[in-house]
Design a protein. Structure first.
Length: 120
């Protein structure tokens, strides 16, 4: 059996990115972080960790991988995340009936906020 344990994001400013993702996902810092690497884990213990790796990396557009975050109240979550420092990404290819909004964190790591499907 194998499962996703952690999703690693490359960051420039470890502390500010940790504050953003802690607030965005309601995660906690795992003890034992270093000045170059930190693991954030779900407060309730369910779901993958987010690991922040302070290592320079160019942002590629479109990114090869991104997070899809499912929201019960998508419009409210988009507003909350923007207030935390995210930026909405406007894309000409967005379908009219899209159930997602594209955002990027303060350092340009993209993620989507999905209007949670009823089946989940």
């Amino acid at each position: 059996m194998i499962r996703v344990g952690s999703i690693v994001l490359r960051v420039d400013d470890l502390e500010s990115q940790a504050r953003f993702w802690e607030a965005a996902l309601d995660y906690l810092r795992r003890p034992g972080s270093s000045e170059d690497f930190m693991i954030l884990e779900p407060k309730e213990g369910r779901g993958p960790n987010i690991s922040l790796d302070r290592l320079y990396s160019e942002v590629h557009l479109p990114p090869r991988i991104h997070l899809d975050l499912y929201a019960d109240d998508q419009p409210a979550e988009v507003v909350r995340l923007i207030e935390l420092g995210a930026t909405e990404v406007h894309w000409d290819g967005l379908p009219e009936d899209a159930d997602y909004v594209i955002l990027e964190d303060p350092e340009g790591n993209r993620f989507c906020v999905i209007d949670k499907p009823e089946s989940i």
